[in-house]
Write a protein that binds this ligand. Structure first.
Ligand SMILES: Cc1cc2nc3c(=O)[nH]c(=O)nc-3n(C[C@H](O)[C@H](O)[C@H](O)COP(=O)(O)O)c2cc1C
Length: 194
């Protein structure tokens, strides 16, 4: 089974290590994992042209085109992003917005029948001091995105204080993330914030 790990961070730091650790866990239970670093892709913004209303497909031809297929082919979709102004990074937001054809297919065209349900995972970090509501603003966008691609939004792992306590210096955190990667098939929901 395939898993797609989409990284919306720009540095080889916290987000990158979180994604790597989760991927390790997935591989341990036999997933074939592909990692996508959005900063290496040229993906245009959704312009709201309504092209996907007609066919369920995006009319923009750019490097997102190959990612649509990868999303369709993957059982597990992991999105990993730093928080920028308490939202996902700009690249990740653009990637999510370009998911509108999935929303069209699922909600307006009702082309999906709910079989072969995917699993949605969101990994995120923020540099500032821990606050219980740090990741609140991301929840609804992620829930809507995962619902659109036919995924059950099962796992959240949030790490705060990465500017003062980077995950690279917190092996317990990375171990817990890797462990969580081995549990994706259990069907349980996780919302962990450290
Ligand atoms: C443009 C920008 C905006 C940020 N906004 C926030 C924020 O709103 N809250 C916060 O706690 N940290 C914020 N940070 C800090 C990042 O979340 C933090 O440095 C994180 O570790 C970055 O991920 P990375 O280490 O994977 O690059 C911001 C950083 C940048 C560059």
């Amino acid at each position: 089974m395939k898993a797609l790990v989409v990284v919306g961070g720009y540095r080889k730091k916290n987000t990158w290590h979180m994604a790597e650790s989760f991927a390790e866990g997935l591989m341990k239970i036999g997933y074939e994992v592909e990692k996508i670093y959005l900063k290496s892709f040229s993906i245009k913004h959704c312009t709201g042209c309504e092209g996907c209303y007609k066919t369920g497909k995006c009319v923009i031809k750019d490097e997102m085109t190959e990612l649509y297929e990868k999303i369709d082919d993957s059982k597990v979709i992991v999105l990993a992003s730093p928080l920028y102004f308490y939202m996902v990074s700009g690249d990740m937001k653009t990637f999510i917005d370009r998911g509108q054809p999935f929303w069209e297919r699922t909600h307006r065209r009702k082309e999906t029948d709910g079989t072969n349900k995917k699993i949605g995972v969101f990994l995120a970090c923020n540099g500032g001091k821990y606050g219980h509501d740090d990741f609140f603003a991301t929840y609804k966008p992620l829930r809507t995105y995962f619902g659109s691609i036919g995924a059950e939004y099962l796992i959240n792992y949030y790490v705060s204080e990465t500017d003062t306590r980077p995950v690279m210096e917190r092996p317990d955190v990375l171990e817990e993330i890797a462990e969580l990667g081995t549990k994706v098939n259990d069907g349980k929901k996780y919302m962990i914030h450290v």
